[in-house]
Design a protein around this ligand. Sequence first.
Ligand SMILES: [Zn+2]
Length: 266
Amino acid sequence: MAVNIVTRTVCLLIFLVMFCPNTICDAANKDVAIIIDDFGGNVKGVDAFLQGDIPVTVAIMPNMPYTTEQAIAAHENGLEVIIHLPLEPKNGKASWLGPNGITVDLSNEEINKRLREAYEQIPYAVGLNNHMGSKAMEDKRIVGLIVEFAKTNGLYLVDSKTTPHSVMPELALKAQIPCFENKLFLDDTLSTTQQVQAKMQTFAAKGNMHQHPIAIGHVGVKGEQTYAGIKAGLPHLKKQGYKLVFPSAWTNSQIEQTLQKRNGNK
Ligand SMILES: [Zn+2]
């Protein structure tokens, strides 16, 4: 009898391996996420993405004219919200950083204050990623404070990968909190709809190579082209068996509790 069960189990396994379509067998590896950065202002693409017809994660900057308003709208339309934290870059104009950005000359106390303010201004936020930050993301003191803040408040982290020498994944691992990484920028300030659509195809081609594939686009000067390009690229992504999810789907129950707490309190 026992032999019979073993034989049948082995046969079933062989059958599954041989005949199961990829979309089913690889289901766990077919989740991808798209984050749209730079929300908070009245810029192009905001209204299109906030309709909620594409399940993107909305990364909102603190201290902007519509920070809180857009967080509420995104949540009401079924989108995931994260904090888009402005961090000091190595190059670029100070104005690009946005108001009250975090620079490496600030004290621990001031950085914690700015983190708290961002968290309070952005209701429903369940994660955090970096805006710019090629300098600050290499700084263990600064990133250490961000990781500690994320751990205390049950937020997941996304390293936008604005520098290859970011210390965020290493420090997040030490603190045992979820940290995902941007694998591909879908646009830049010159992108056309066709170029964004082509990037979506690249994303689909490379998606299988990573455990939690994330691509990042932006609202702003070319926000409408980014929206149109992502929308046009979605059928291809789906045809390849991918499903667009929010990064919180990859996190543990701690994040679920954060979601419940934040959603319940607002
Ligand atoms: Zn940004």
